[in-house]
Design a protein around this ligand. Structure first.
Ligand code: NAP
Length: 250
C-alpha cells in the first residue's frame, strides 16, 4: 500500500532545512502541495520550493516567526487566501539554548519555550478556522526524547518538549470529535545542525546509547510524520512516537 496525499495541502513550520525540509520533501513526494514556513532560512526554503515545483507539486515559501502571534495569523491568513484549505500541519520549528540550570538566563528559558511550545500552540490555534469547518485535519508536533529523559543543560528544552507532548494529548482529546488527529514524534539524536555539537561532544560513547548503532537521519523522522498524517493513521491520536533507534527503550 502506498501513501497518496494528492489534493492535500500541508504546512511545515521550519521547513527550509533539517527535519522540516525532509518532511516537506516526503509530503510532496506523496502528492501533497506544501507551504514551507521559514524564519531565517530564506534560501533553503526557496530551494525546497523550487525542488518541489520541478517535481510537479505546488509549493510556496512563507516567512513567519512561529512565536509571534501576528506573524502566525498572517501566515495562516495567506494559506487560507492562496490555497483555501489546510489538511496537514507539522509543527516542526524548534531551537535549543543549552546551559546548566544554575546559569540559565531567563531569556534563554523564555525563548526556548516560546518557539518550541508557544509556537505550536499559536499555529494549531491558527489552523482551527481552516480545519474545523472541514471536520478533518492531521497535526503532528515534533517534540523530542528530551520529553522523556533529562539531558544535562536542557532544562528549558525538556520542559518545552514535555509540554508539547502534554499539549498534543490535550488537543487530541479535544479535537478527535471534530475529525482532527493530533500526534507527536519524539526524535532521538538526528543528524542536523541542531545536534552537531552534541554529536561531536558525545562521539562513540553517545552512539553506544543507541541500540540501532547509528544516529537518525532527517528522513527517519519524516517517514514517521508521513505515516501519522496518512489515512493509515486515521484511528491514531494523542500518541507520542519515539523515532530514536531504541534510545529511550534501552
Ligand atoms: P535545525 O536544523 O536547527 O532546524 C530548526 C528549524 O526550526 C529551522 O528550519 C528553523 O527555521 C526553524 N525555526 C527555528 N526558530 C523558528 C521560529 N521562531 N519560527 C519559525 N521557524 C523556526 O534542527 P532540526 O533538527 O531540523 O529540528 C527540527 C525539530 O526537531 C525541532 O523542533 C527540534 O527540537 C526537533 N528535534 C531535533 C533533534 C535532533 O537531534 N536534530 C532531536 C529531537 C528533536 P529557520 O532556519 O528558517 O530559522
Amino acid at each position: 500500500m502506498t501513501i497518496d496525499l494528492t489534493g492535500k495541502v500541508a504546512l511545515v513550520t521550519g521547513g527550509g532545512r533539517g527535519i522540516g525540509r525532509s518532511c516537506v520533501e516526503l509530503l510532496a513526494r506523496a502528492g501533497a502541495d506544501v507551504v514551507v514556513n521559514y524564519r531565517s532560512s530564506e534560501a533553503g526554503a526557496a530551494a525546497t520550493v523550487a525542488e518541489i515545483g520541478s517535481a510537479g507539486r505546488r509549493a510556496r515559501a512563507i516567512r513567519a516567526d512561529v512565536s509571534v502571534a501576528d506573524e502566525v495569523e498572517a501566515l495562516f491568513g495567506e494559506v487560507q487566501a492562496v490555497w483555501g484549505s489546510l489538511d496537514i500541519l507539522v509543527n516542526n520549528a524548534g531551537i535549543i539554548a543549552d546551559s546548566l540550570v544554575a546559569a540559565m538566563e531567563p531569556a534563554d528559558w523564555d525563548r526556548v519555550l516560546e518557539v518550541n511550545l508557544r509556537g505550536a500552540f499559536l499555529c494549531t490555534r491558527a489552523a482551527m478556522p481552516i480545519m474545523l469547518p472541514r471536520h478533518a485535519g492531521k497535526i503532528v508536533n515534533v517534540a523530542s526524547v528530551s520529553a522523556l529523559r533529562g539531558g544535562r543543560g536542557q532544562a528549558n528544552y525538556a520542559a518545552a518538549k514535555g509540554g508539547l507532548v502534554a499539549f498534543t494529548r490535550a488537543c487530541a482529546v479535544e479535537l478527535a470529535p471534530k475529525g482532527i488527529q493530533v500526534n507527536a514524534v519524539l526524535p532521538g539524536m538526528i543528524t542536523t545542525e541542531m545536534s552537531t555539537r552534541a554529536r561531536k561532544r558525545g562521539g562513540e560513547r553517545l552512539l553506544e546509547t543507541i541500540p540501532s548503532g547509528r544516529f537518525g537521519s532527517p528522513e527517519d523522522v519524516a517517514q514517521a510524520v508521513l505515516f501519522l498524517v496518512s489515512p493509515l493513521a486515521d484511528y491514531i491520536t494523542g500518541q507520542a512516537l519515539a523515532v530514536d533507534g531504541g534510545m529511550t527503550s534501552a
